[in-house]
Design a protein around this ligand. Structure first.
Ligand SMILES: [Zn+2]
Length: 228
């Protein structure tokens, strides 16, 4: 297999939001995002190694400071961190422990998906609840569900929600794997819905809308009834 074959597609979601969809895991595309801010630009998730980082970098303006955002600790979202040398990386406080715990085993199990070099780079800027970057028109907030330390990003003006892996991977699996359990996820889902997003972006699915969030809620409700 030719691993230098960089398969990806790029989609402009809004004027300042780019989705880079990486085809590395068969049948499961992985999305990274670029958000153009005023003071700096943002890369949301970094994919599979330095090769992925290079793919992302070609779409970044060279002259602006950059902040990398890790939505959660899973390997398919953080292996490219090392390709953003000397750049700050932000994540939830809980990501440090999770990355330390899971790094070796994830690398061992999924080595065939490494693209370029991979080296552990843990976020150096951490937060617990919310980071409101008012001047940039966006905020980051803790959103447990798929993982305990997951975070989401909301762009106020564009009404775009970046939900990490808190949205199921495709049209069939609309509820994601829930490490934090349904109750916590349900709370986060209500928060998502209250933001009234126009577009919801996630780690693996296509861009979806508010209707998708309502469908998840319906399915969760249905599951509850079915439990009796
Ligand atoms: Zn994940």
């Amino acid at each position: 297999m030719d691993r230098s074959d960089k398969k990806y597609t790029v989609e402009k979601i809004k004027e300042r939001i780019l989705q880079i969809r990486l085809e590395v895991i068969p049948g499961c595309p992985t999305n990274c995002f670029i958000i153009q801010g005023i003071k700096r630009d943002y890369v949301v998730d970094t994919g599979f190694g330095t090769e992925t980082a290079e793919i992302i970098k070609q779409f970044l303006p060279k002259d602006k400071p950059l902040l990398v955002i890790n939505t959660h600790h899973h390997w398919d979202h953080i292996w490219g961190n090392c390709g953003f040398k000397e750049k700050d990386i932000i994540g939830h406080t809980g990501i440090v422990k999770r990355m330390e715990e899971k790094w070796d085993i994830a690398l061992e199990r999924n080595r065939k998906f490494v693209r370029g070099d991979v080296e552990k780079r843990i976020p150096n800027i951490l937060f617990d609840s919310i980071v409101d970057l008012k001047d940039e028109g966006l905020f980051l907030f803790h959103s447990p569900g798929h993982t305990e330390e997951g975070i989401s990003i909301f762009l106020k003006e564009e009404r775009v929600l970046l939900a990490g892996d808190n949205i199921g991977d495709n049209e069939e699996e609309i509820i994601p794997n829930l490490e934090s359990g349904e109750e916590k996820y349900r709370e986060v889902l209500e928060r998502y819905i209250s933001l009234e997003p126009d577009t919801v972006l996630s780690g693996h699915n296509n861009p979806v809308g508010m209707g998708f969030l309502l469908k998840i809620r319906e399915e969760l409700d249905g599951k509850k009834k079915g439990d009796f």
